[in-house]
Design a protein around this ligand. Structure first.
Ligand code: PHE
Length: 455
């Protein structure tokens, strides 16, 4: 079967950036920072992206470009045997992540609508935090959330049914510059607020003592966020690299993707935290609402706040859409290639399955944690470990040879990359996985049982 290729190298980078930049940076990142003590998390996250995320991304690229297959087929062809089950894990992860990702994306759509109507601005006190916070509580669970979850999935399914690549490229070409412009303006606004100083101290100046005391929750959180935000551990980057026709320099591509993606996260924090501190809201208790409440509160008090709100949330929606497309595409391309059913049929069925799986998340925001911790801190990390082991322990020579195409002789850098992933990366990920599982069990016995007991 002839495969399409990206028309240009930029097309590949844009698609990968489109997958990477999404709710992971804009919604999940500030939420995690708030949950894990501010700058301590920030430092760990940056370290994970650089030392683990980047080498892991190169590994996924190599497998995709070499096999030119969907993620599941790629793993089978590259490694064979029992490794084929790893492909099954990718498919499961895609389902789980997209199911709640779509619910949160539905919130984003509700905020686009809320910006048009001014619903979160409030009449008397323009944009006071209580109004913005109240709006979040109203829309985050219940019928609105369910309905907009359905709408978001319909949009995703519609686009993917028609075939992916061109649409993504165009969307991302608009989205990336838009994010930098809109977020840049908002971060300057946030800088002017009275709580900015306190926020920067909280967000940017790490306390070593805190890290030492809390590494057991920081490590799995940073690993999960690193994988989540870079779309690693479930075959997205394998799939996208499989469309690469040419032998280009994967290290340069990977660097561009990581730098762009990380900048979006950092910028988001520079907006969210000054606003939260100025409004007297605690980042820790803001939880899943941190982004929504803070930005809504800020926009309510700005001139042209509603217009800015529509622009802001529409941009976030496009970012979420391009990530969601990459998630469903892993499952769709696998189903088409393996079972030979049509793209339309595959996409519609999978979309319906994802919708049903996500529906419980609209009951209460505790389900967001239930799905999200499982996906990011356990499943993605597990997928990542298995991928890294199969690539660098069992197929190192092919991996180095493939990476060398487009770069030239790698020399020691090749062995350095392999050894870096073989031992330190895998060990850190194993520790993260263990801590992630124990943390999840605590969550199930604690907050989640409390929720169940309360209904
Ligand atoms: N990276 C995406 C985001 O940050 C989410 C994602 C995770 C996409 C895993 C694909 C695979 O929003």
């Amino acid at each position: 079967m002839g495969r399409e290729t990206w028309r240009t190298r930029v097309g590949f980078i844009l698609a990968a950036v489109g997958s990477a930049v999404g709710l992971g940076n804009i919604w999940r990142f500030p939420f995690q920072v708030g949950q894990e003590g501010g700058a301590a998390f920030m430092v760990m996250y940056l370290a994970f992206v650089l030392l683990i995320g980047f080498p892991a991304m190169l590994a996924e690229f190599v497998v995709g470009r070499r096999t030119e297959l969907n993620a599941v087929g790629a793993v089978r062809e590259f490694a064979g045997g029992a490794w084929t089950y790893l492909g099954g894990l990718f498919v499961v992860i895609g389902f789980v992540i997209l199911s709640y990702y779509s619910v949160v994306s539905g919130w984003v759509l509700l905020y686009v609508a809320g910006s048009v109507t001014g619903a979160y601005v409030g009449d008397a006190a323009q944009g006071e935090p209580p109004v913005a916070a109240q709006f979040f509580v109203e829309i985050a669970s219940g019928w609105d959330a369910l309905f907009f979850h359905a709408i978001f999935m319909l949009i995703v399914v519609g686009i993917v049914m028609l075939g992916i690549q061109r649409g993504i490229e165009i969307g991302v070409k608009v989205m990336v510059p838009a994010i930098f412009v809109i977020f840049g303006v908002l971060s300057v606004y946030a800088f002017s607020l009275s709580g900015a100083g306190e926020a920067y101290a909280y967000y940017l100046s790490p306390n070593l003592g805190y890290i030492m005391a809390n590494w057991q929750s920081l490590v799995p959180a940073a690993a999960g966020q690193g994988f989540f935000t870079l779309s690693l551990g479930m075959g997205v980057m394998i799939t996208y690299a499989s469309y690469l026709g040419s032998d280009e320099n994967l290290a340069i591509d990977g660097t561009s993707i990581v730098v762009l993606n990380t900048s979006v996260s950092v910028l988001t924090g520079l907006i969210v935290f000054p606003i939260l501190f100025t409004a007297g809201l605690d980042p820790e208790t803001s939880g899943a609402g941190a982004l929504f409440i803070s930005v809504a509160a800020a926009l309510g008090s700005l001139p042209f706040g509603r217009v800015a709100g529509v622009l802001f949330f529409t941009t976030v929606a496009i970012a979420a859409l391009s990530s969601a497309i990459s998630l469903i595409e892993v499952v769709v391309s696998y189903t088409i290639d393996e079972y030979g059913i049509t793209r339309r049929k595959a996409t519609a069925t999978i979309g319906l399955g994802v919708f049903l799986l996500g529906a419980p998340v609209t009951i209460d925001t505790v389900f967001v944690d239930l799905y999200d911790m499982l996906a990011a801190q356990i499943l993605l990390v597990l997928g990542g470990i298995l991928l890294m082991v199969v690539i660098t322990w069992f197929h190192a020579d092919e991996a180095v040879e493939e990476l060398g195409k487009g770069i030239g002789d790698l020399g020691v850098a090749g062995s350095l990359w392999i050894w870096m992933v073989r031992i330190p990366v895998v060990v850190v990920l194993l520790v993260s996985l263990y801590l992630g599982v124990t943390g999840y069990l605590e969550f199930l016995q604690g907050p989640f049982s409390e929720f169940l007991a309360s209904i």
